[in-house]
Design a protein around this ligand. Structure first.
Ligand code: AHR
Length: 475
């Protein structure tokens, strides 16, 4: 249930950090946005990019603010004022309870620059970069345990893109030096950034083989959309997310077997979301331009729920996942001046993340199915479940556009004894979206009518809905 905050568009400036806003606190953070984000109980927060990371030099963003340079950044053709940098990000993570997760620059940066960033964050203040941190106000270490070795380095659009073999060398050099500074850190190697890439799987095999046990995780990215305006097909995309995860896990297991290693790399799905309508990605030399401010509707919320169901079903291999992004840029939250809007996908994420602790269960669905145009046959209900002691969390999406579904829940070796709470997210039609004029068109309401009989729970799911419920198990 991680997030992703990139220096892109209005994600940082006018998003989480906006000293001029009526909602700004003394440090310049936007309290309305942070209050909304705290409802999402996000875990790891990836930063500072994204494509931005591949041209970013972290030292531009530390020290007295009036001495930080304004840079012309090339990923999004924007101006970067550097008023928000490493120390502001860490302060935000501490305040929000997020685990920091930093992407180093392996595009235009050097392995040594990446190593120095680890020293700045994690070393005691008795050497050059760690002393700088102390001078900038943090005697205590920032203790950043998760580090991504570049971003989407398989993509020709990436600053400093190179073929797999060359990336693997860079990543190995950086990763080794970074772990030499702090051996407790964990590293995410760049994997294939999309299932459509020509180098899909082969990139991953080469990188994992070369990096050996240095790679704790390999990254996956996925953006989906209703390109053909075919809602049933779009809602079936979950099947291909399952497939992508299983393929990448296969690459990890293949390399582990081939190299006879005791260690298997796990999956870090560090960018995922719906993104297909707004491709405004050229900042035209402006600071905080409006970039990819996607507006989300009900069907998008169901697809977001599908991603989360898939991650829970694959929790044995997917150890980290970050929705891209958190505010304004393809995000659950939008701002307009001092106003704020919660999008449909906000509610889907909230329903899951607030029920996110425990052990993911193996689930089976028995019920109606349909043949989708692109992704094969899928069951009408998409589901996942988490067990935490005697508490059972169940998530279910009804993909039918027209029919309610009677949804029966049974646990193989336990009886369901009670219903604690539940919400359902739905709306008037698949294209319904919240707006500043109608902010509550697509939102959650209480899930009613859960019946428990003979250790089994039953509830009616409306068409085009996501439900989440917390049940109590007996013996
Ligand atoms: O999230 C927006 C962009 O999408 C990221 O910067 C990049 O990694 C991906 O292509």
């Amino acid at each position: 249930f991680g997030g992703f905050l990139e220096h892109m568009g209005r994600a940082v400036y006018e998003g989480v950090y906006d000293p001029k806003s009526a909602h700004a606190d003394r440090a310049g953070y936007r309290t309305d946005v942070l209050d909304a984000l705290s409802r999402l109980k996000m875990t790891a927060m990836r930063y500072p990019g994204g494509n931005f990371a591949s041209g970013y030099h972290w030292m531009d963003g530390i020290g007295p603010r009036d001495r930080r340079p304004t840079m012309r950044e090339l990923a999004w053709q924007s101006l970067e004022s550097n008023q928000f940098g490493t120390d502001e990000y860490i302060a935000l993570c501490r305040r929000m309870g997020w685990t920091p997760m930093i992407t180093v620059n392996l595009g235009t940066g050097t392995p040594e620059e990446a190593r120095n960033w680890v020293e700045y964050c994690n070393a005691p203040p008795d050497s050059k970069y760690a002393q700088m941190r102390a001078e900038n106000g943090a005697a205590e270490t920032h203790n950043v345990k998760l580090w991504c070795l570049g971003n989407e380095m398989d993509g020709p659009w990436q600053l400093g893109h190179v073929p797999a073999g060359q990336y693997a060398i860079r990543a190995q050099q950086a990763g080794k030096m970074m772990k030499d500074v702090d051996k407790s850190i964990e590293l995410v190697a760049c994997g294939s950034c999309g299932v459509g890439m020509d180098t899909y799987m082969e990139w991953d095999r080469q990188v994992l083989e070369y990096m050996g046990d240095l790679a704790d995780y390999i990254s996956l990215h996925r953006y989906v959309g209703n390109h053909d305006d075919d809602t049933p097909d779009y809602l079936a995309v979950t099947a291909s997310i399952d497939k992508q995860i299983e393929e990448m896990d296969t690459a990890c297991r293949f390399v582990q077997a081939k190299t006879r290693s005791k260690k298997r790399a796990y999956l870090c799905f560090d960018e995922w979301n719906v993104w297909y309508r707004n491709h405004q990605a050229d900042g035209a030399g402006k600071h905080a331009p409006h970039l990819i401010e996607e507006v989300y509707n009900l069907e998008d919320a169901l697809v977001v729920a599908g991603f989360l169901n898939s991650f829970i079903r694959h929790a044995d291999s997917v150890k980290i996942a970050n929705i891209a992004q958190i505010v304004n840029v393809i995000a659950p939250i939008l701002t307009r001046g001092d106003e704020m809007l919660l999008q449909s996908i906000f509610y889907a994420f909230e329903m899951f993340a607030t029920r996110g602790t425990g052990v993911a269960l193996q689930i089976g669905v028995d019920g109606p199915a349909y043949a989708s145009k692109t992704y094969g046959e899928v069951t009408t209900i998409d589901t996942s479940a988490i067990l935490d002691g005697d508490t059972l969390q169940v998530f279910a999406t009804n993909r039918s556009l027209t029919d309610s579904a009677e949804f029966e829940i049974a646990v193989a070796d336990r009886a369901i004894a009670g219903f604690n709470s539940g919400e359902v997210l739905t709306g008037p039609d698949p294209k319904a979206a919240n707006s500043y004029e109608q902010p509550n068109l697509v939102t959650t309401g209480p899930l009613k009518g859960v019946e428990i009989k003979g250790g089994v729970a039953t509830v009616m799911l409306p068409p085009l809905s996501v439900a989440a419920m917390t049940l109590k198990l007996g013996t």
